[in-house]
Design a protein. Structure first.
Lengths: 374, 236
């Protein structure tokens, strides 16, 4: 690295410009990574934060609309509960609703109906009570509380016109399709689904899906589906049933893939030009008897230093910008494992680009050091 | 095959032939050239462009292999060595002085010498390593030790180039047109310095030049014409 360090200092403007490009790519990678995680949270955090491993929807329900189209009868829940490998089964009702608060401001809620004593009833309560204390009581996501809903507040649904009272606030974000979840007792949920305005009316005993906790070794999905007349999807398969989830994640993934490719190509192109500029110097060193390994190690060390420094700066800026974004309504969540993976990918791909360029060193003919030049 | 290796000859070329190109366009660059250079001796090679002077340096410097004939460096037949071995000989036993110095733009004078030691794989405390600053002092460059090439004049660059070629105590110094970019006075300074260093360090030196003016500093002068070697017509 004797030569590499002195070159970095000597040609600092060139290296700073190059490092700036990599740093900006790194900032974008951090922001996109945070945005992806944020959107995933917004889309499916309500599903992720349940102990559910699988959802069984009614037979014949398509993937993209499973949570809004599927209707199951409670006897399907009972059949599922008896299947081998099913540790727990409970009805899970999901309904998107428009409502307004006492001051008239609109609020959208994903109403999730659960049996209060079942395994899907939320337990991580930050404030107030859990589901089931009051038939018209709702337990809302922490993000709804940030938006102004507090214990004791009421929300009025548009149709059927029913007023629900916030009885508890959950510890974490629970959202589905970018809409805050409000948990409520299944019986109330069934009345809302049926559209009746009087509490206690006779309504069909249904839910959206059977929430399952299964032992993957013992659970026979096909046999269980045949017995219960359902189609079972694992938790992550059912994410696709959250509105916009597939499109959002695929778009962001595509952008990130392009960023990685751009970063590798830019670094490769820079070092290609840099090596071509230094061709004569390299010929001189080869004529002096320099080992190929000496020259390769020096140039790759230089690339590694450049990448580490610029990725470091880019990540610092990206994380700082992310912290600022975290205070806005923008869905943004930085996760350490994602960042480590993104940083490692940027570094490895950048080094791959540099390695392709630096390999040219071995093709420099030391003979060209003799005779006239420049 | 000749085996008349004299006791103190460092470089020994015996009926060396080098051809460039292929097929119909073959050019004989060196035609049965025989030459030996002893330790402490500066041999000048003059001749017009294209007479084969550069090919002579390339073959003596283990950069190209001759088509026929033998090249011996300190008794080692270069024809019998591998690429890797020749690179090792270049870094440990041969010092190159290039046209206009050919210094690395990013390095100060003293770092040029340090890099040469690193390339040679010689630690600065190794007895074969000359102290870079002392060596710069002996070529009257100690006042420019921490300057980079763009802050040096042509003559100064060439002095640093000479010091760089000597820093790893080579047995053979190969010098390529050292005065190409210099005026008369600087040319004399540089070549007389070269002759002095060669005598002081006991290296064998082969210098290729256009410049008949500086031949007075050489111990011996040979002339190349069309790939053949002969004594020069000019008296020195």
């Amino acid at each position: 690295m004797f030569l590499a360090l002195r070159e970095l200092r000597f040609a600092r403007t060139r290296f700073l410009l190059m490092g700036g490009v990599v740093a900006l790519v790194a900032v974008l990678v951090v922001l996109l990574s945070g945005l992806s995680a944020g959107l995933v949270n917004d889309g499916v955090s309500g599903l992720k934060r349940t102990p559910v491993t699988d959802f069984a929807f009614d037979e014949g329900t398509g993937t993209d609309a499973a949570f809004t189209r599927s209707v199951i009868e409670t006897d399907q829940v009972r059949t599922m509960a008896e299947q081998p490998g099913v540790l727990e089964a409970a009805p899970y009702g999901l309904l998107l609703a428009n409502a307004h608060q006492e001051d008239g401001s609109p609020v959208d809620l994903t109403l999730v109906g659960v049996e209060p004593d079942s395994f899907v009833a939320p337990t991580a309560i930050a404030e107030g009570d859990g589901v089931g204390g009051a038939s018209d009581g709702i337990v809302v996501s922490a993000t709804a509380a940030e938006d102004g809903l507090a214990v004791g507040d009421t929300v009025t649904l548009a149709r059927p016109e029913r007023t629900l009272t916030v009885v508890g606030v959950l510890e974490d974000q629970h959202t589905f399709g970018h809409v805050d979840i409000a948990y409520l007792p299944l019986g109330t949920w069934q009345e809302l689904l049926a559209g009746v305005e009087d509490a206690g009316a006779e309504v069909p005993d249904v839910a959206t899906a059977v929430a399952l906790r299964t032992d993957p070794g013992a659970f026979d999905r096909d046999a269980a589906d045949a017995a219960a007349g359902t189609v079972t999807r694992t938790l992550s398969e059912s994410f696709d049933a959250s509105p916009g989830y597939t499109a959002e994640t695929a778009t962001l993934l595509l952008i990130q893939v392009f960023l990685y490719a751009i970063s590798a190509l830019v670094v490769g192109a820079f070092f290609t030009v840099w090596i071509i500029q230094r061709r004569h110097e390299i010929a001189v060193m080869r004529a002096m008897g320099a080992r190929r390994r000496f020259l390769l190690a020096d140039s790759l060390g230089q690339a590694a230093l450049l990448l580490l420094a610029s990725i470091g700066v880019g990540f610092a800026l990206g994380i700082a910008a992310g912290a600022a974004l975290g205070t806005t309504p923008m869905p943004f969540a930085l996760q350490a494992p994602d960042l480590v993976l993104a940083g490692a990918l940027l570094f490895v791909l950048g080094m791959a680009g540099a390695a392709v360029a630096v390999a040219r060193i071995t093709s420099v003919d030391p003979l060209t050091a003799l005779g006239g030049q420049r | 095959m000749s085996t008349t290796t004299s006791a103190n000859s460092v470089l020994e070329l015996d009926r060396v032939t080098v051809r460039h190109g292929d097929g119909d366009t073959t050019v004989v660059a060196l035609d049965e050239v025989s030459l030996s250079v002893a330790a402490g001796e500066l041999v000048g090679v003059v001749g017009p462009s294209g007479s084969g002077k550069s090919s002579l340096l390339a073959v003596a410097g283990a950069l190209t292999a001759p088509e026929s004939g033998t090249v011996r460096l300190e008794g080692v037949d270069l024809g019998a060595t591998s690429d890797r071995e020749r690179a090792r000989l270049r870094r440990e036993r041969i010092g190159f002085v290039f046209q206009s110095g050919n210094l690395l733009p990013a390095l100060t004078s003293v770092d040029q010498l340090r890099l040469a030691l690193r390339i040679a794989g010689i630690d600065e405390r190794d007895p074969r390593a000359r102290d870079p600053r002392e060596l710069l002092d002996s070529v009257s460059m100690s006042h420019r030790a921490d300057r980079r090439p763009d802050q040096l004049s042509g003559g100064e660059r060439q002095r640093v180039g000479i010091a760089r070629a000597l820093v790893a105590s080579p047995a053979l110094l190969l010098v390529d047109e050292p005065t190409a970019a210099l005026d008369r006075a600087r040319s004399h300074e540089v070549v007389s310095l070269l002759a002095r260093e060669v005598e002081a360090f006991g290296a064998a030196a082969l210098m290729v030049t256009h410049d008949t003016d500086v031949l007075e500093h050489c111990h011996r002068v040979v002339e190349m014409v069309d790939g053949r070697l002969g004594l020069p017509a000019v008296a020195s």
